[in-house]
Ligand binder design. Structure first.
Ligand code: OAD
Length: 280
């Protein structure tokens, strides 16, 4: 019997859950590798599901900085819409039971590192202490200075204020490039210490090297990798499971799409991650 369209038959799922729980219980060094699916039930859209973010904002146009710069010049209102649609759900989101259970895993006698492709800060808000953000964070801007890049934290209030200014442009139904840049000055600009922009990784960017090196080290030394809610389509992030596997780690995957793993728990993260972790 299926419990819903996207889940395994319950007997098979229960069996996989029990075996995966044993592996997690025995593991001392746990790595958790997450993608957009872990935040879907917090209301943050995924990228590639039906109606996902990239279907509304084609990545060829929006997912690289040169494209965005061109669009700010030619269609600033469209960029305002893109930024608002990206940030508004993140600002409104709260950690869901999957994020909370992952944070809770740290209270067991284990080392837990979270490698996330997400830019929404929800793992930290749930209480996870060791989070490696390999695609950056919307809560940071990066200053690209000749003397070296540096990163500045942004508060939720600062992000909300920017979104409100951009929403005012959208309500007005028109914007010049200068009006866009003024409304978005909390994110993009030319400050005393150099040009700055959101510290997120878009296509064609190098991953932040400190974060990526740490992610590779964590994957190569864990005894268990728990993968949650990713399509495994974006590299180099998608090589994390292979790194863990080649070092002998057991792989548990939770999500809607099957991947190469020892145990696959098919279904929504907000329900299955707590079932997996609660009795550890
Ligand atoms: P995708 O949108 O590519 O994949 C999301 C995955 O989550 C899919 O496998 C979904 O089936 C699954 N999913 C959806 N809802 C779920 C739920 N409730 N529970 C569990 N799984 C669920 O997102 P990512 O794999 O994170 O990069 O995408 C990777 C990167 O592509 C992103 O970090 C971003 C994007 O372009 C950059 O922008 C560099």
């Amino acid at each position: 019997m299926l419990s819903n369209d996207t889940s395994q038959p319950s007997s098979k799922l229960d069996h996989q859950l029990a075996r995966a729980r044993d592996v997690l219980r025995d593991g001392r060094k746990i790595a958790v590798f997450t993608g957009a699916g872990v935040s879907a039930e917090s209301g943050v859209p995924t990228f590639r599901d039906l109606g996902g973010f990239w279907s509304r904002f084609p990545p060829e146009q929006f997912a690289h900085w040169e494209g965005l710069q061109r669009l700010i010049r030619d269609k600033p209102l469209l960029v305002a819409e893109f930024v608002v649609e990206l940030l508004r759900p993140i600002i409104a989101a709260r950690p869901n039971p999957a994020h909370e259970s992952i944070a809770d895993l740290e209270r067991r006698d284990k080392t837990v590192d979270v490698i996330t492709q997400n830019i929404d800060g929800l793992h930290q808000r749930a209480g996870s202490r060791h989070v490696i953000e390999i695609h950056g964070s919307v809560f940071e801007t990066i200053f690209l200075a000749r003397t070296g890049n540096h990163v500045r934290r942004l508060t939720l209030d600062a992000l909300s204020a920017t979104v409100e200014e951009l929403e005012a442009l959208l309500r007005a139904g028109r914007s010049s490039p200068a009006e866009f840049l003024n409304a978005a000055r909390g994110l993009f600009g030319n400050g005393a210490s150099g040009v700055y922009r959101p510290n997120i990784v878009l296509f064609g960017d190098q991953l932040p090297s400190i974060a990526w090196d740490k992610a590779v080290e964590v994957a190569a030394t864990c005894d268990c990798l728990l993968i949650i809610g990713t399509s495994h389509l974006v590299y180099p992030a998608a090589s994390i499971p292979a790194i863990a596997r080649s070092s002998g780690a057991k792989i548990i995957a939770v999500g809607l799409d099957q991947c190469t793993c020892d145990f696959w728990l098919q279904g929504p993260a907000g329900r299955l991650v707590p079932s997996l972790i609660t009795d550890i």
